[in-house]
Design a protein around this ligand. Structure first.
Ligand code: ADP
Ligand code: ZN
Length: 204
């Protein structure tokens, strides 16, 4: 079973995928996390990606597709794709290397996105995502790690990322809709409601 999470930045793709990883037996592949790891390690790819990411633009398709292909070479479980594919070219490349069973389309609005991403804090150690609206400490409740704000989580960059989403990623909804595998989920509900709905889809 392979599934894709679609939806604008801040829709909660990563949060939901991290939660489902605990119960579904599926692996979590986040191209955003992979790119941040490349940046942290100052690899060649990381240096190129940094410029795009910090301005809110998508990283070029060929770089992303190669990165995902490498990662899939040693995959042994089904995968939840989070933040990939983000363009039609990426979707076509993915079709050649994996069978996609379901696409979870998380729907929300720009106001909610700005509020969520604007207040987002992430654990440097385990990656858990918090929001200042409901969490007021500087350290992670799970592992004690320090919380930080992503360099691309500024209001200006969020708008660029949303425009990129509308222009390049939203067309994927129809790309998969015609295959009959899209499930729309309201991203504004609480996490557990979304996780339960998606678990049901995974179980079939
Ligand atoms: P979000 O969904 O909150 O925008 P991600 O962590 O998924 O965050 O992505 C952060 C940034 O990484 C994107 O704005 C983009 O620059 C880059 N990126 C991640 N995945 C892809 C992809 N599949 N194609 C192109 N760029 C990507
Ligand atoms: Zn943590």
């Amino acid at each position: 079973m392979n599934l894709i999470f679609l939806g604008p930045p801040g829709a909660g793709k990563g949060t939901v995928a991290a939660e489902l990883k605990k119960t579904s037996g599926l692996d979590h592949l986040s191209t955003g996390d992979m790119l941040r790891e490349e940046m942290k390690n100052e690899t060649e790819l990381g240096k190129i990606a940094k410029e795009y990411i910090e301005s809110g633009k998508l990283v070029p398709d060929d770089l992303i597709i190669d990165m995902v292909k490498n990662r899939l070479e040693n995959a042994d479980a089904g995968i939840m794709f989070d933040g990939f594919p983000r363009t039609v070219a990426q979707a076509e490349a993915l079709d050649k290397i994996a069978h996609i069973d379901a696409v979870i389309n998380l729907t929300t609005t720009i106001d909610v996105i700005i509020e969520r991403i604007g207040g987002r804090r992430i654990c440097r150690n385990c990656g858990k995502v918090y929001n200042v609206s409901w969490y007021h400490k500087d350290t992670c409740e799970d592992c004690g790690g320090e919380l930080y704000t992503r360099a691309d989580d500024t209001e200006e960059t969020i708008r660029t990322r949303y425009d990129e989403y509308l222009k390049k990623t939203a067309p994927l909804i129809d790309y998969y809709r015609v295959k009959g595998i899209v499930h729309d989920i309201d991203a504004n509900g609480d996490i557990q409601t979304k996780v339960d709905a998606i678990s049901d889809i995974i179980k079939g």
